[in-house]
Design a binder for this molecule. Structure first.
Ligand SMILES: [Fe+2]
Length: 345
């Protein structure tokens, strides 16, 4: 087995598992920011990715499954009960996925979410958020159930070989893995072995809502894009111009370049780059014909911080303004730098 554990800064873990004989790989719980790493690893190791798998509907980070699946035309694997419409291969307890000579055995382990699965491969088990090192997944988010979590932990996972290595979807300490035996002995959540006590302990927990809960659920449940994905997709199609370069052109009254402010009217009136034209982002597409009749014009688009202007520049390029560029950063930084500002007041 070829195995790589890939962690993000926030402790999310994803796993790259491959059969060295068949050169086929699966990525378990891919994270959206690590996609280039997975693809790079596959290329470096001479492997082909055959599947992507989410152990459950993640509520706290953005899954990379759909992007990889679309790019490589490979199936997304999730539990049968997953509400996500983009799942290609729905699996259930007791089934297995063959990956070359490896068997990926599926255990349905609801509790953290109704669609949680654990995946056991040879000497290890990928436990998602069902079992963590020194903890277990919370059961208070949508579709969570502490009673089911009890069964998943005590009547399913802990019945596997005690030497099985545990690789969870989140790690909050410096460990890379643990074993079922160690968790059974030391994990504080597993010390209350009676159902009622365990359930009461889970219900007593008062946990903060995860950051980005609604955006993570929106995108992971529907396959829709995150705000960052939209902006980075736009940024790939857009060149940028630095603040210093724009300042130099403003000072030399360079008539080749047209500055376009896409913020709201009140922001524009409070202060803008000298000589800038104003079209708010919301009206851009509808006003280009009268306001920007020359598609060959060199246009530098800016906004407050540089995100809206990136989207606006991509739109202009799509509409044929092949020399539209975005200001790298925005008015906020321009003002902080002490560069000249013109106001309508
Ligand atoms: Fe989770």
């Amino acid at each position: 087995m070829i195995f790589h554990q890939i962690a993000t800064e926030r402790g999310c873990q994803s796993y790259f598992v491959a059969c060295e004989h068949a050169c086929t790989a699966i990525i378990i719980d891919p994270e959206e920011t690590q996609i280039d790493r997975y693809l790079g690893l596959a290329a470096q190791e001479g492997l082909r990715i055959h599947y992507v798998l989410d152990t459950h509907t993640h509520a706290d980070h953005f899954s990379g499954t759909i992007e990889i699946a679309e790019e490589l035309d490979v199936p997304v694997i999730m539990h049968r009960d997953s509400p996500a419409p983009y799942v290609d291969l729905r699996v259930d307890d007791g089934e297995k996925i063959n990956l070359g000579r490896l068997s990926l055995n599926i255990l349905h382990t609801p509790g953290h979410t109704a669609d949680s699965i654990c995946v056991q491969v040879e000497d290890r088990v990928f436990t998602g958020d069902t079992l963590l090192i020194g903890g277990c997944g919370r059961s208070d988010l949508p579709s969570g159930d502490p009673d089911q979590l009890y069964d998943s932990l005590f009547n399913k996972l802990l019945l596997l070989d005690p030497a099985t290595r545990v690789y969870p979807a989140h790690i909050y300490n410096n460990r890379e893995h643990s074993t079922l035996e160690e968790e059974a002995a030391k994990n504080p959540r597993l010390q209350l072995k009676e159902r009622d006590e365990f359930v009461a302990q889970m219900r007593r927990l008062t946990l903060r809502e995860p950051d980005h809960l609604s955006e993570a659920l929106r995108t992971n449940l529907t396959g829709g894009k995150t705000v960052e994905q939209l902006i980075s997709a736009a940024a790939r199609n857009v060149p940028f111009m630095s603040l210093e370069e724009v300042l130099r052109r403003v000072k030399s009254e360079d008539s080749e370049v047209m500055l376009l402010d896409v913020r709201e009217r009140d922001a524009f009136e409070r202060g803008h780059i000298p000589g800038a034209t104003h079209i708010p982002r919301g009206q851009l597409e509808l006003r280009v014909n009268e306001a920007l009749p020359d598609p060959t014009k060199r246009i530098v688009v800016y906004c407050e911080v540089g995100r809206v202007s990136t989207l606006a520049t991509a739109t202009l390029r799509e509409m044929g303004f092949s020399r539209a560029v975005a200001l790298d950063k925005g008015m906020q930084q321009w003002v902080e730098n002490g560069y000249p500002v013109e106001s309508e007041a």
